[in-house]
Design a protein around this ligand. Sequence first.
Ligand code: NAD
Ligand code: UDP
Ligand code: UDP
Length: 317
Amino acid sequence: MRSYSVRKRVLVTGGAGFIGSHLCERLLEQDADVLCVDNFFTGVKDNIAHLIGNAHFELMRHDVTFPLYVEVDEIYNLACPAAPIHYQFDPVQTTKTSVHGAINMLGLAKRVKAKILQASTSEVYGDPKVHPQTEDYWGNVNPIGFRSCYDEGKRCAETLFFDYHRQHKLRIKVARIFNTYGPRMHPNDGRVVSNFIVQALKGEPITIYGKGSQTRSFCYVDDLVDALIRLMATPDGFTGPVNLGNPGEFTMVELAKKVLALTGSKSELVYKPLPEDDPMQRKPDIGLAARELGWKPTIPLDDGLRRTIDYFRAREG
Ligand code: NAD
Ligand code: UDP
Ligand code: UDP
């Protein structure tokens, strides 16, 4: 459904969060009318305060587990806590957000014939037995553990997206996002990049879980937002799922050493128990994204970390 305005009307759920706020910003730069919907569970108004006052930006406090009736052309469904301590705080609500949230946003997309993109996750691969992960791998996920509310919620959301696509011919796009970092990460969300930077800047011990030999691949937020927008613009025949991330792979000890070097901190490394079901390795195969979106990440880890450190330095005073 198009309005009389020539501007595209875009709904971003979870728009006051870390990735969502960068996405809202980029969409406004591209002359979209942006409706940001958020219940402020983990998102904060500070993330989007600079957008308020822009005539093409609208903010709505709303929980996506409840129906939403608005008129839009495209939907980016990002609403969902993403950090383990946040999604484990109220696991039932986490599953509801992924599942009921997906149903409501898909119902909305169906009614207004909008194109809809789901922010899925590399967590659908669980503790992967295939490395690097390709989209045709079905994953190794514990259905009853502490991470399951997030992992299985996101898996069920993918199922719903594909069933609405097959059953109701909805135009869907499913992005499997790998670890993303950058300015506006929540300082207390327990994620590794924000934890290490905040600890280094305060001169506190850097907490390595387990032996620190587990790996992750970190994508700078600007690269990720670029990929999401490219994915939304792909022809209707392309649904994904598509991996989006930076294939550079680092152990947590390597990451800690980089953060120490870039901050000039003298913090010591301390070793803590490895959380349950913590994946030992993770690295995206981004061949499909390269072919279909003409995309690859451009910001190396050191550069992205520098920008993120500057943000936290300014924030922590
Ligand atoms: P975030 O916690 O900063 O953002 C999530 C936003 O959703 C927050 O603003 C929060 O308040 C909002 N929200 C949560 N529940 C809601 C509800 N019921 N109704 C309305 N709003 C709700 O996290 P993020 O890192 O920006 O992640 C954004 C999306 O990307 C999430 O769906 C996440 O699963 C996905 N993702 C992120 C990463 C990553 O590394 N950051 C990796 C894979 C997938
Ligand atoms: N929905 C919504 N906004 C809309 C249309 C639907 O939030 O504009 C919600 C509504 O709560 C509904 C859900 O999306 O329960 C699924 O909609 P669908 O049309 O697929 O199914 P039904 O209405 O038959 O439950
Ligand atoms: N991690 C760590 N120290 C911390 C926080 C996290 O060693 O202070 C580890 C964590 O055990 C995991 C990796 O860093 O192996 C990434 O954790 P994060 O929560 O950022 O993301 P996810 O596990 O969801 O990929």
